[in-house]
Design a protein around this ligand. Structure first.
Ligand code: GDP
Ligand code: ZN
Length: 317
């Protein structure tokens, strides 16, 4: 058989500079991308991302050349760094689920981050949920505050996991949710993502650390995502770049569609272009008054609306 013509289909596992590790039925094949990709995907700084399904041709030395990119089910992107306005950096493609990871303390729960991330997940049609980690640190007072937020998101319909990487609480539940799918863990540094992954899969031995130490080191972190394969048959993607993401190209007028609990009311506002801000006879505001939409989520909506209007797309901090 002519090795030079053999084609394989695989998933991008890792990207390191100009080389890609592609998971194929024959195992991992180190591959390069064919030059024309750079020309055909001009709005993306990285035409091929972790999670992409590609076709490659084997060359004689056992490496591959990527010749085709399969259509993406979905993707997570962030605005490319630097001055290249309008360019996007694809963090991962073909994601089955995204967990937003927060901790109860150190750092404390950040609903602003959660809501911005949920909007992003809705925009890209990625099912999402919330992990609240470090439950071992809860005392009575914080517990009530944290439960308030957990119940709020559960009521909207997002799954919420309460975990402790320290005590192991909720870790079995997390592990069983990761089986046989591509999951993204997103959250600020220090919430315990690495610790949780180590609990789920001790062989990963990821470095965990002091929050301040990590923040210092994090200044120049790479935005490349890393894939971790689990023994139970799932893949977890840890994406440092998701600490600060932008809601790219979102028209402020569309924002309310991505607050899922607002959707049933959107057709009942008096004005079809209602922004649910100051307009009279707004069905969203009426729903807030009746307690069917929470004040918290409405305030969060207005906050994001404002930042989109100001053209400030660097959000989520
Ligand atoms: P990451 O930056 O999100 O990957 O966070 P790490 O896993 O590195 O954890 C940051 C810090 O929080 C470390 O000092 C961990 O030991 C600590 N930590 C992680 N999970 C827990 C937890 O469930 N409870 C407590 N008390 N500390 C935790
Ligand atoms: Zn309205």
């Amino acid at each position: 058989m002519d090795e030079g013509k053999r084609e394989l289909v695989g998933t991008i596992w890792k990207s390191t500079g100009s080389w890609y590790e592609v998971q194929t039925p024959d195992g991992i094949v180190l591959s390069k991308m064919r030059g024309r990709f750079r020309l055909t995907h001009q709005r993306e700084t990285n035409p091929i991302a972790v999670g992409d399904v590609v076709t490659l041709q084997m060359v004689g030395d056992g490496t591959g050349v990527i010749t085709g990119l399969h259509e993406r089910r979905n993707k997570l992107v962030r605005r490319a760094a630097g001055r290249r306005v309008g360019f996007e950096h694809v963090l991962v493609a073909n994601v089955d689920f995204a967990w937003i990871v927060q901790s109860v303390l150190m750092p404390k729960l950040n609903p602003g981050f959660i809501d911005r991330f949920l909007v992003m997940a809705e925009v890209y049609e990625i099912p999402a949920g919330l992990i609240v980690n470090k439950t071992d640190l809860l005392d009575k007072i914080i517990r009530e505050a944290v439960e308030h937020w957990c119940k709020l998101y559960e009521k909207i319909g997002y799954p919420v996991l309460r975990t402790s990487a320290l005590s192991g609480d909720g870790v079995d539940e997390l592990r069983s949710g990761l089986v046989d799918q591509i999951t993204v863990l997103a959250g600020p540094s220090g919430v315990g993502k690495s610790s949780l992954l180590n609990r789920v899969e001790p062989s990963l031995s990821l470095r965990t650390g002091d929050v301040s130490e990590k923040t210092k080191k994090g200044t120049h972190v790479t935005t490349n995502a890393a894939f971790y394969r689990l023994t139970d048959g799932g893949v977890v993607i840890d994406t440092p770049g998701l600490r600060e993401f932008g809601i790219i190209d979102l028209d402020p007028a569309q924002l309310s569609h991505y607050f899922v609990e607002f959707v049933p009311f959107l057709n009942d506002c008096k004005y079809p272009n209602c922004t649910h801000d100051h307009e009279p006879e707004c069905a969203v505001v009426d729903a807030v008054d009746r307690g069917e939409i929470t004040e918290e989520r409405w305030a969060s909506y207005l906050n994001i609306l404002q930042s989109l209007r100001m053209g400030d797309k660097d959000v989520g901090r």
